[in-house]
Design a protein around this ligand. Structure first.
Ligand SMILES: [Fe+2]
Ligand SMILES: [Fe+2]
Length: 468
């Protein structure tokens, strides 16, 4: 453990002078990026943050006040397993790859760059949110997510610098040059170019889009390329909090809306300054559908190649499956053919994006059930739902077709006629934005959201999580 080095790490960086020098050269560029694109207006404030200091299940993090630019972004990998093996695909059972196998070099670099690109992108998307925080507790959580996404960028840049030589270094530089939403140099994946400029967006983003990250990381956490697997295993530890922020964040808005529905005489929560359920449903439809796209096409030769190579497995590959070769099975999909939905059988390996997406959808349904429970507890009849996985897709078999939220094919015109009932309109977004006023007194909270049930690390909600 090299905790007090310029770049804290548990990979013996000081033993590898070349790599250390390369990363120390990248560090100032990273800090420039953070100052330019990180949380706007709070760089000199003390924030109660957790910092990774170890990789044990117990005591891996330290909680203390720190100014964000002084955050100790480090490189932490889970310890190597003795005698690690490739866990799936054509090389199942062979020794895990400690170096990048030449024939998989391009695939691996692409996987790492795509994952890496999402990390700074989300920080950029969220950079203005601090100014309208609903409470100091939420403000702190936003910054926690932001600094950890910064660390995840470090995790991927370490792999690029450490294992891909010259082109890895170029890719690491490019990760600091693309900008979320910039038409000239956009981020790679579309969900990461969408504006995330109000807190309902933020909670939906951390609920749905970060959750895609969980499944991608989980699939890579069993990769046959061992450094990638060990990096992702530790990233998942941090990621859990981001998902918590999203799921409980949306849940608290739902709870508050349900309370306001009860208080209002005619279910008009707008009059009481709340966010109506139908707007919430539209935000869910928006972020859920964009996040589904992140899993890639339903039928994908890339997914087959990545699996065959032992690079990217299924969710819980080791524990959940017996056949780790998966060369024989098939998978039934629904596709569009001649303007109709029809079943199609494809080789299992070509359907692995869809298999992973299915795991993700189950997880989202679980959260949905919990939110709906809040509604029932407050006596509301209405329920939230997930739209069909075919709705509003821009990638894969359903892109270019139009579906209603139930997943029925509709024409373009019918879709456009109903679009304002399914996806946030400009007016919806403006209404939500009109509620976003900063609440920065310790213990106070905005009217449109319920307080959390507990604080952070045993501290009460009233704790001054950010010293302004
Ligand atoms: Fe991340
Ligand atoms: Fe995250």
């Amino acid at each position: 453990m090299e905790l007090y080095e310029r770049i804290p790490n548990n990979v013996n960086l000081s033993q590898d002078k070349r790599l250390q020098r390369a990363l120390e050269k990248w560090l100032p560029s990273y800090l420039d990026w953070w100052r330019e694109m990180g949380p706007e207006g709070f760089q000199d404030k003390d924030v109660y943050l957790r910092t990774a200091v170890d990789v044990d299940a117990e005591g891996w993090a330290n909680f203390d006040f720190v100014k964000m630019p002084d955050y100790r972004w480090g490189i932490f990998l889970k310890p190597a397993e003795a005698d690690a093996r490739v866990g799936f695909g054509d090389n199942f059972g062979m020794p895990a790859y400690q170096e990048v196998p030449g024939e998989f070099r391009n695939s691996l670099r692409r996987i790492i760059v795509t994952q890496g690109d999402t990390e700074p992108a989300s920080v950029e998307q969220q950079r203005e949110l601090g100014k309208t925080c609903p409470s100091l507790y939420d403000l702190r959580n936003l910054f926690q997510v932001n600094v950890e996404e910064g660390r995840h960028l470090w995790a991927m840049v370490y792999l690029l610098h450490g294992y891909f030589g010259r082109d890895g270094r170029d890719e690491a530089d490019a990760l600091l040059e693309r900008r979320s939403g910039n038409p000239d140099k956009p981020r790679i994946l579309e969900a990461f170019n969408q504006p995330c400029d109000d807190w309902l967006n933020f909670f939906c983003f951390t609920m749905f889009t970060d959750r895609d990250g969980k499944y991608q990381l989980a699939a890579l956490a069993e990769s046959g390329f061992e450094p990638l697997a060990r990096t992702c295993q530790f990233m998942l530890t941090e990621e859990a909090h981001h998902l918590f922020v999203g799921e409980t964040g949306v849940g608290r808005v739902v709870k508050r809306t349900a309370q306001l529905m009860k208080e209002s005489l005619n279910n008009d929560v707008r009059a009481l300054g709340g966010i109506p359920l139908d707007i919430m449903q539209k935000y869910i439809n928006f972020w859920f559908s964009y996040s589904l796209d992140l899993f890639g096409g339903e039928i994908s030769s890339n997914s087959a190649d990545f699996f065959a190579a032992g690079l990217k497995g299924r969710y819980k590959e080791r524990d959940q499956y017996k056949d780790h070769i998966a060369a024989e099975g098939s998978f039934m999909l629904t596709v569009v053919e001649d303007g109709k939905l029809v079943p199609r059988e494809v080789p299992l390996r070509n359907a692995l994006n869809e298999v992973l997406r299915g795991e993700y959808v189950k997880d989202c349904e679980r959260a949905m059930t919990r939110w709906n429970k809040y509604l029932r507890e407050e006596g509301a009849d209405a329920q939230l739902y997930l739209p069909s996985t075919r709705f509003h897709r821009h990638v894969g078999e359903f892109a270019g077709h139009h579906f209603d939220v139930q997943g029925n094919l509709t024409g373009k015109e019918a879709f456009e006629q109903s679009e304002s009932q399914w996806l946030p309109t400009i007016e919806d977004r403006e209404y939500v934005r009109s509620l976003m006023h900063p609440v920065t007194e310790p213990g106070q909270i905005a009217n449109w959201i319920a307080p959390p049930t507990t604080g952070i690390k045993g501290k009460p909600f009233e704790f001054e999580y950010v010293r302004l």
